[in-house]
Design a protein around this ligand. Sequence first.
Ligand SMILES: O=P(O)(O)OC[C@H]1O[C@H](OP(=O)(O)OP(=O)(O)O)[C@H](O)[C@@H]1O
Ligand SMILES: Nc1nc2[nH]cnc2c(=O)[nH]1
Length: 180
Amino acid sequence: MNSDIKEVLYTREDIKNIAEKIGSQLTKDYAGKNPLVICVLKGAFLFMADVVREIKTYAEIDFMDVSSYGDGTESTGEIKIIKDLDVPVEGRNILIVEDIIDTGRTLNCLVALFEHRKVASVKICTLLDKPDRREKTVKPDYVGFKVPNEFVVGYGLDYQGFYRNLPYVGILKPEIYKNN
Ligand SMILES: O=P(O)(O)OC[C@H]1O[C@H](OP(=O)(O)OP(=O)(O)O)[C@H](O)[C@@H]1O
Ligand SMILES: Nc1nc2[nH]cnc2c(=O)[nH]1
């Protein structure tokens, strides 16, 4: 599996360090606000686990499974809610945790959904941001790393269901997805 990776961008140690840094900022920003921290499945599951353990104030967590329509490497603009939240969000301070923002379509839809549900605030925390690919306006509040315009996998991010269990983020060799 490792031989499918062209270059490792961020090691587990890099990600641990950035999660600590973001977590300590979140601890300050959300003190007394009882945030609902939402993990967007599946890709964000590892980063969410890292970040929430660094939040040293009261916080609740929940999970949403959304999927962008499209083939293995491109989304299309619509999102499908596969699993919605277990609790109502009206009046809550929402922190969305994502693995990556690419075109911005997924988060643009999610933020609009939470605004429609009358939340008190909605902020975005993402491990990776790929700003070169942005098509829809999304303003992430907490960003781990900016990544180049390459297809990355690992640490939750997949290609056709694989590579999520890699303990680092790396660039997938183009020949792996271009042959499919
Ligand atoms: O900014 P965008 O272009 O919308 O792309 C980002 C989205 O794509 C990935 O999710 P995906 O739909 O692949 O689901 P997954 O998390 O289950 O892998 C990723 O987890 C983001 O949610
Ligand atoms: N695995 C993976 N999923 C994505 N979804 C949007 N961009 C990416 C990416 O670079 N890698």
